[in-house]
Design a protein around this ligand. Sequence first.
Ligand SMILES: *Cc1c(COP(=O)(O)O)cnc(C)c1O
Length: 232
Amino acid sequence: MADTFGFVDDNLAVIRANIREAAESCGRSADEIRIMAVTKTVAPETVNRAVALGVDLLGENRVQEFLSKQDAYDKSAEIHFIGHLQTNKVKYIIGPMTMIQSVDSVKLAEEINRLASAHNKTMDILCEVNIGGEDSKSGVAPDELIPLLEQIAPLEHIRVRGLMTIPPPSSGDVFLGRMEELFHKVRDRDIEGTSMEVLSMGMTHDYAEAVKHGSTLVRIGTGLFGARDYSR
Ligand SMILES: *Cc1c(COP(=O)(O)O)cnc(C)c1O
């Protein structure tokens, strides 16, 4: 009998092998790199196959879509928010998610802090950096990152755990290299109330390169689930 979801097994095996190869090529262990399954447009049954295969982290970038699929997800995976987030939507994700990777303003950080406090929790966050300086992208400019971190670090119900970025498409590894440098610079600065453990960088087209530039978390959609069908 045909296995409807078998393609996920095959894709994941390729991704794991590529990560291992990239990691070993620069003296890292593949265990240092976490795989996130990016779920946009993908049916929960397909997502759950990845979870059954050991992917323990899902990435959501649309609040509405998440709310419509949430109940059907295998509950054993953690969920992070990775999309552009309006302050009036934070209330829908503060409970079910364990990290918000796309924080790029004091205002958003303060709203997350306020709602986390109301939920008696501390929310892990990453600051999103617009490393390519693209007008179309969210994220803080590289030279505004440290001021942002200094302003949000004292908030008691958020914990800054690292950085996230989406480099410009087909820019080679120039921006991956700049992001790696920025990550080290901020980590060395050791701003009180922050820790720099997570560098969320690398998607289907560049995850192997991202691993060579120090990524600790790769976010993969197409490479795992196939091309997205926006007509569904
Ligand atoms: C869609 C998306 C991804 C995954 O992109 P693919 O190219 O399909 O792997 C990763 N990160 C973010 C923020 C995304 O929106």
